[in-house]
Design a protein around this ligand. Structure first.
Ligand SMILES: *[C@@H]1O[C@H](CO)[C@@H](O)[C@H](O)[C@H]1NC(C)=O
Ligand SMILES: *[C@@H]1O[C@H](CO)[C@@H](O)[C@H](O)[C@H]1NC(C)=O
Ligand SMILES: *[C@@H]1O[C@H](CO)[C@@H](O)[C@H](O)[C@H]1NC(C)=O
Ligand SMILES: *[C@@H]1O[C@H](CO)[C@@H](O)[C@H](O)[C@H]1NC(C)=O
Ligand SMILES: *[C@@H]1O[C@H](CO)[C@@H](O)[C@H](O)[C@H]1NC(C)=O
Ligand SMILES: CC(=O)N[C@H]1CO[C@H](CO)[C@@H](O)[C@@H]1O
Length: 344
């Protein structure tokens, strides 16, 4: 099927979309008008391109001898010429569930696949690598069809990430990381990474968990939509973590007591798992917590009056936990910032 769509001519109505891309390019090119591509970085980019599958030929401007600062998706520093960002996300002219099918098809086709070549390590000044395949989950769940087989990135290791020493943000959501067993060791030790999004990556419990002395740089961690049945202990040493999304996994048994160790936590999402304990008191000591969802689990027992300690909470969602029982504690009246609570 992929081959048939690849060779089909582009529908006329896609032209505004292509023009939009051109407009973006002009903006970038202007901003880079003083920058000159650094030769070693150009070669690294070309090597990187050679290992990608680019069915729509989106990277056609990436050619031998060109100024890589003018290539589509490449952003250089305006005076040093170092490559600072790669914006290789496929784009949709209207990110909308009502986008016509042919646009979704073009979007699907414009995704890059293949391997991530370690030549990226040459790009020492990279600060942003916003997702080679940034599946916004909200968008994807509205797709009518989705073929996750074959054409997506499937790194076998995360070592290339450890070389990107200035990286702040990494989104590989949707990539198949089931073979990249070192993802945790690499990302938790990374010196600068603030935000890591690995949603829907086929990740599972590490069969031989190694405890990691983390660098504590991570602030946002999204591991939603994977196959974890337990929470790795290493996560509780991420003391700077403010947002942790573990929704839509297969967590079972008790909510780990150690969540109380992540004292800066503001967002904790455990929606749609199989947690079946009572709610540990340690969670109620998280006094910065603003958003807490443990909906759609099998939590048991009563809601402790210590819930009154969640003084920052604005959103509290405990819906669809059929075994929760008892009275609502009167201490709820201390939750002065509460805007939304769902106990259905
Ligand atoms: C170029 O970079 C410098 C320093 O980062 C910044 O002050 C300046 O506004 C930039 N110029 C353009 C045109 O982006
Ligand atoms: C973590 O650090 C401690 C103390 O600095 C050290 O004793 C321990 O061996 C380290 N663990 C790992 C897995 O590196
Ligand atoms: C949580 O914090 C306590 C007290 O500081 C410490 O003893 C324990 O090892 C920590 N647990 C984890 C899993 O980090
Ligand atoms: C909770 O789930 C675990 C694992 O599925 C099971 O072994 C345990 O018996 C359950 N506990 C309760 C109280 O239902
Ligand atoms: C709740 O706050 C009270 C008063 O500050 C404190 O004594 C109690 O230990 C707290 N409970 C929890 C579970 O953090
Ligand atoms: C409905 C929805 O989630 N829309 C998002 C689709 O993705 C774009 C780009 O990431 C977002 O801006 C939209 O909000």
């Amino acid at each position: 099927m992929a081959i048939a769509t690849m060779t089909a001519p582009l529908p006329i109505s896609l032209f505004p979309f292509l023009l939009l891309n051109a407009a973006i390019c002009f903006t970038i090119c202007d901003a880079n008008s003083n920058a000159r591509c650094i030769q070693s970085e150009r070669e690294a980019l070309l090597k990187f391109k050679n290992h990608l599958i680019d069915p729509s030929n989106r990277l056609s401007s990436w050619v031998e001898g060109g100024d890589c600062c003018e290539w589509i998706g490449v952003v250089c520093h305006n005076s040093t010429g170092h490559v600072h960002q790669l914006n290789l996300a496929p784009t949709l002219s209207e990110p909308d569930e009502f986008a016509p099918c042919f646009e979704w098809e073009a979007y699907e086709r414009s995704k890059l696949g293949g391997k991530i070549n370690p030549s990226l390590l040459e790009l020492k000044h990279l600060t942003g690598f916003p997702a080679v395949i940034p599946h916004n989950l909200g968008n994807l769940s509205k797709l009518h069809y989705l073929d996750l087989g074959g054409n997506y990135l499937k790194p076998k290791s995360f070592q290339w990430v450890s070389g990107l020493s200035s990286l702040l943000y990494l989104d590989l959501s949707g990539a198949d990381l089931s073979k990249a067993n070192d993802w945790l060791q690499v990302t938790f030790k990374h010196p600068s990474l603030l935000e890591l999004r690995l949603s829907n990556c086929g990740l599972e419990d590490d069969p031989s968990p190694v405890s990691v002395n983390s660098t504590k740089s991570l602030v946002i961690l999204d591991l939603s939509g994977n196959g974890f049945s337990s929470v790795s202990k290493s996560i509780f040493s991420l003391h700077s973590l403010m947002s942790f999304d573990l929704s839509e996994n297969s967590l079972e048994g008790a909510i780990p007591y150690y969540f109380g160790n992540i004292s800066f936590l503001e967002v904790l999402d455990l929606t749609l798992n199989h947690l079946n304990s009572s709610i540990p008191n340690s969670l109620y000591s998280l006094n910065r917590l603003q958003f807490l969802s443990r909906s759609e689990n099998q939590l048991q027992g009563t809601i402790s009056r210590a819930i009154g300690n969640l003084s920052s909470i604005t959103h509290l969602d405990l819906c669809s936990n059929f075994m929760l029982e008892g009275r609502l504690p009167t201490s709820l009246e201390y939750l002065c910032k509460l805007k939304e609570m769902d106990l259905s």
